[in-house]
Design a protein around this ligand. Structure first.
Ligand SMILES: *[C@@H]1O[C@H](CO)[C@@H](O)[C@H](O)[C@H]1NC(C)=O
Length: 348
């Protein structure tokens, strides 16, 4: 072949390639720009949906809740996620048990719906918390608790419900079993991710003591007045704690067979440590708490078997816990400030 003609052929081929490349790049550019446009639009529109927990096999009720949330938030305003640290916190709070409390104002809160369920108005909470209180015959203490805790939990921008789990009948009290019941019953209502288990007489003295869950199980009653504002011992896990669903299930929940006062909190501590978890705590200032003065219930005598039981947590924890829980719901009552679940949990 003539070298000149082959050269001109090469020249024409090259030009064609350049033109094709330019065409290709422009088409790519057009599509790229259009794609990012629709993608961000798409993400924007669906942001609200992702904030709502969608349990496996979401029920019809869940779906309506998602639908209404999306509708209200897009109709009215774009709700942002709440900040990591709530701007509403004030630090130390004053607590007074010298006179009867008036719950009228606490109840008069439009964000609070029946059964003691609260959702912040200003942002989408990062924490969906079920507060579980084991209970019997302590109505006045409960009023103090509700009066003091609702405002604190609201300043912490939690989405929460207060469940009072009341042991029916006159048999010996069983705190840990009631807590297990609270876990199960709360999950029947809503897809909580976090559970705070608190005794009714315990009031935090600082609203920076956050009633939500952490990477490790959280102990909340860190420096109590009754112990001279110190931990009684390092492994102490009593009075109030917060655990995620995952942490709770990892230890098979709490023991069901600690009837009477004492021991169950140490058993729970053992469970956590046998499953390789450690305790997270606020510092001793933020963790200050007060115990509302009360007399020991005559139906909650110290459990004489507790030391023997604590010594055997390792052998018992897999067969005694949330997987062996049995009880019967007697009645569910919805107050404005809490849901009361009266349960028959049997006897020792
Ligand atoms: C409680 O407070 C409300 C309003 O703050 C008031 O109207 C009511 O009389 C009070 N109740 C008692 C028993 O003091």
């Amino acid at each position: 072949m003539d070298p000149r003609s082959s050269c001109s052929l090469l020249y024409r081929t090259c030009s064609l390639v350049v033109v094709l490349c330019a065409l290709h790049i422009s088409i790519m550019l057009v599509f790229c720009l259009r794609d990012t446009g629709t993608e961000s639009d798409h993400a924007h529109r669906h942001r609200h949906v992702h904030r709502i927990p969608q349990p496996r096999g979401a029920s019809v009720r869940m779906n309506t809740r998602i639908a209404t949330t999306v509708a209200t938030t897009t109709d009215q305003q774009e709700l942002e996620r709440c900040p990591e640290v709530s701007p509403l916190l004030v630090g130390a709070v004053r607590v007074d048990f010298s006179q009867k409390v008036n719950l009228t104002e606490v109840k008069h809160n439009p964000q609070l719906s029946d059964g003691g369920r609260y959702k912040p108005r200003e942002c989408v909470s990062l924490h969906k918390v079920a507060i579980i209180i084991p209970f019997r015959n302590r109505e006045q203490l409960l009023e103090y608790w509700l009066y003091n805790l609702h405002p604190v939990l609201q300043r912490q921008q939690l989405e929460y419900t207060v469940y009072v789990i009341q042991q029916d009948g006159e048999d010996t009290f069983n705190r840990a079993k009631l807590l297990n019941v609270g876990y199960i019953e709360a999950l029947k209502n809503y897809d909580y991710e976090c559970f705070v288990f608190s005794d009714v007489y315990l009031i935090p003295l600082d609203d920076r003591n956050l009633y939500h869950c952490f990477k490790q199980p959280r102990h909340l009653a860190v420096s109590m007045d009754k112990f001279g504002y110190r931990l009684p011992y390092n492994q102490y896990f009593g009075d109030a704690c917060a655990m995620s669903k995952e942490q709770f299930l990892k230890i098979n929940g709490f023991p069901n067979n600690y009837w009477g006062w004492g021991g169950e909190d140490d058993d729970i501590y053992n469970r956590l440590s046998f499953r390789g978890m450690s305790i997270s705590r606020p510092d001793a200032v933020i963790g200050r708490c007060k115990v509302i003065r009360h007399e020991r219930d005559r139906l909650n005598e110290p459990n004489p078997r507790r030391f023997d039981q604590i010594a055997h947590t390792r052998e018992t924890m897999d067969s005694d816990g949330i997987n062996s829980l049995s009880y019967r719901v007697v009645k569910i009552e919805k107050d404005k400030l809490f849901t009361r679940i009266i349960v028959d949990i049997g006897k020792p």
